[in-house]
Design a protein around this ligand. Structure first.
Ligand SMILES: Cc1ncc(COP(=O)(O)O)c(C=O)c1O
Length: 388
């Protein structure tokens, strides 16, 4: 699949065009969904472009080229979920290897390290990567990878990607950045020195809460070859239809991210003045302890807002049950607004004491700000806060 004819073009233009051009036979402006699982060969053992849809498929290739272009990488890989992307990437390591991972990563990522990979001999330390000295202190002779999220889920803490990559480079360690919360619209980790970008494309990248998917993007050719091998060998690949839908979602990603961010900034400010809210975590607010880093590293604060309500667990339940526009549901990054309780929902797989140490207590609520009118969202939140 091809790049637009006249690169380099602006990011917004790439989002609309990257990965596909009108096909030379019919001129179809949208990519075909190629459902064929297998591809005829002119002579035994000599494939045309594709041979079998687990190893490669035209619709998936269009999505993968687009993802690579958006993250500024050379190779993109699509997976059946963000967890599939993470697990496949970790299979490029070996038993006895060690990974330094941020301590505030998505609960499912923590679970992959602890319950899926650890039994196979992969060791991981979880440290607060807001502090690069913590990374330096956690490095061991057998450390083979650094893994971080920024902003983190759900506390919206930031890691200084460039500073951490500088530390990792002294040891030639690859740095994986889970860019799910920012999307490439707001932050491009490869430009800051990261080796691999990971996405749960389920979230902002697809953006319509109708596809579970994942992605990896890298410019490291050797690692890309290894990822390609494990992508095919493990086989946790997405369907052509899911690739098509994700690519369609991407076409509006810059416009959506702008609106998500504007509304989230406004709501975070209003919430921080409300007596029912003890604390607002939002990197786009001047009161966020890493706001200066946010301004340096991200285009804006993004569409996620995390709140500490001024109440107990029962109050959090009443707040969440009272919301009407915000659906009480896991996940994030869709056109519709969602609210959830990390301790009982997305982060329930993290042991309670670890959760509390991170700040994920009973009064913590995470909001994914959708594309509804900001005043309607505010009215809904106000109604919920009255129930506290
Ligand atoms: C930051 C982050 N990374 C990875 C994942 C895993 O992605 P998926 O649910 O698509 O497997 C999630 C899911 O919520 C996430 O929030």
């Amino acid at each position: 699949m091809t790049e637009p004819k006249t690169p380099p073009v602006a990011f917004d233009t790439l989002a609309v065009h990257a990965g596909y051009e009108p096909d030379p036979i019919h001129g179809a402006v949208m990519p075909p969904v190629v459902l064929s699982t297998t591809f005829a060969q002119p002579t035994p053992g000599q494939a045309r472009s594709f041979e079998y849809s687990r190893s490669g498929n035209p619709t998936r290739a269009a999505l993968e080229a687009c993802l690579a272009a958006l993250e500024g990488g050379r190779r993109g890989f699509a997976f059946a979920s963000g967890c599939a992307a993470a697990t496949t990437l970790l299979h490029t390591l070996a038993p006895g290897d060690h990974v330094v991972c941020g301590d505030d990563v998505y609960g499912g990522t923590y679970r992959i390290f602890e319950r899926v990979m650890r039994p196979f001999g992969l060791d991981a330390s979880f440290v607060d990567l807001r502090d690069k000295a913590a990374l330096e202190a956690a490095l061991r002779p057998n450390t083979r990878m650094v893994w971080l999220e920024s902003p983190t889920n759900p506390m919206l803490r930031l890691a200084d990607i460039r500073a951490l990559c500088d530390v990792a480079r002294t040891r030639r360690l690859p740095v994986v950045v889970d860019n799910t919360f920012a999307s490439p619209v707001l932050q491009r980790p490869l430009d800051l020195g990261a080796t691999v970008v990971l996405h749960s494309t389920t979230k902002y990248v697809n953006g319509h809460s109708d596809v579970v998917g994942g992605a990896l993007v890298t410019s490291d050719d050797e690692l890309a070859e290894r990822i390609a091998f494990f992508q095919n060998a493990i086989g946790a690949v997405p369907s052509p239809m899911d690739c098509y839908l994700t690519l369609r979602g991407i076409r509006t990603l810059p416009v959506r991210m702008q609106r998500h961010s504007e509304s989230a900034t406004e709501l975070a400010a209003r919430l921080s003045r409300h007596k029912g809210v003890a604390r607002v975590h939002y990197p786009g607010l001047a009161t966020h302890p890493q706001h200066e880093l946010c301004k340096r590293q991200m285009k804006s604060g993004g569409g996620m807002v995390t709140l500490e309500l001024a109440g107990d667990l029962a109050g959090s339940r009443r707040f969440l049950e009272r919301l009407r526009l915000f659906a009480l549901a896991e996940s994030l990054g869709g056109v519709e607004s969602l609210a959830e309780h990390p301790a009982l929902m997305t982060h329930a797989s993290i042991p309670r004491e670890n959760r509390l140490a991170l700040g994920i207590g009973d009064s913590l609520v995470r909001l994914s700000i959708g594309l509804e009118h900001v005043d309607d969202l505010w009215k809904d939140l106000e109604t919920g806060l009255e129930a506290l």
